[in-house]
Ligand binder design. Sequence first.
Ligand SMILES: Cc1cc2nc3c(=O)[nH]c(=O)nc-3n(C[C@H](O)[C@H](O)[C@H](O)COP(=O)(O)OP(=O)(O)OC[C@H]3O[C@@H](n4cnc5c(N)ncnc54)[C@H](O)[C@@H]3O)c2cc1C
Length: 320
Amino acid sequence: MSVLIYAEHRDQKFNKAVYELVSLGYRLANELNTQAIAFTSGDIADDELKSLGRFGCKTILHTSANVYDDEKQLAETISAAALENNAKVVLMPHSFRGRAVAPRIAVRLKASLAQSINGYPASVQPMVVNKRAFSGKALVKENLDGDISVITLTPNTFGLHENAVGAVVQALPDNAGAPATRVLQQEVQKGKILLSEADIVVSGGRGMRSADNWQPLEELADILGAATACSRPVSDEGWRPHHEHVGQTGKVVSPSLYFALGISGAIQHLAGISGSKVIVAVNKDPEAPIFTVADYGIVGDLQSVLPRLNEAFRKHKSGN
Ligand SMILES: Cc1cc2nc3c(=O)[nH]c(=O)nc-3n(C[C@H](O)[C@H](O)[C@H](O)COP(=O)(O)OP(=O)(O)OC[C@H]3O[C@@H](n4cnc5c(N)ncnc54)[C@H](O)[C@@H]3O)c2cc1C
């Protein structure tokens, strides 16, 4: 028996969401009296593979085959590793790739599927997980019947828990064959904090008025070490790139702190932020729906509030 964790990597590095997944896998494996095994593929250094041991993973299965680009091949390879290791739980990150591949694995393994669970399951035997439903308006407990559970974890809902063990890398044969899909070119966002991993997110809506007004918002993000985000109309207008769009049709984030600046708080936007621990809203309309979900609210015009927030945070940071 085992808990199998799919450890995806970008630029040959694991991200925080993967270490969080391993932390969860380790705790689940302990409760099931079994071991946490990670699976990964493609070009990645041995030291990086072994870094998964910091969070409790003793065995790392690695195939040099690059099956990541082809969702069908990736699902086949992970399913084969799950069967080989008698996995009772397959853990996937709730990334674009994770959420696309998890259902394929569930079908292959005839397993129960739960996407985007929040934190540690309410019960492990039987498996009962916590999730958000109805665009984040409700919390549900979902019972996973069946022998095997395939689960994707919402980032930042379990946290990082170190349990250092010596990890051993086991090389798997490359028998994946030629992929049906190959990515020819990709441009990776560099030098910025990734939105999906950020602990603080500073997000702007139509209340920012135009693409030219983003400098003070970016300044706030810089001061706080935060990622920038936006509402959908803002990215539709081309004021900000689409990868920053948060909500039902965009990214789902669950940072410790979410700033909603000039965002009305439509249900489709809230669907992407309801996992945030603290929400701070700035809006000139005291009746804006965002204030019903905000923990702290400032009623005022962004053009005057934002520079004052920046000044206050800058002073606080420098200790003056
Ligand atoms: C199927 C579907 C899917 C959707 N998916 C998404 C999604 O994923 N994400 C998403 O965000 N939206 C989504 N939407 C759109 C959503 O319904 C809202 O239209 C959108 O979230 C509103 O964006 P906003 O809050 O930036 O703009 P608005 O609703 O126009 O709000 C702007 C706010 O800024 C305030 N404001 C204006 N000027 C200032 C100022 N100077 N200072 C302070 N405050 C100011 C206003 O009072 C207002 O509250 C979706 C809609 C549909 C139908």
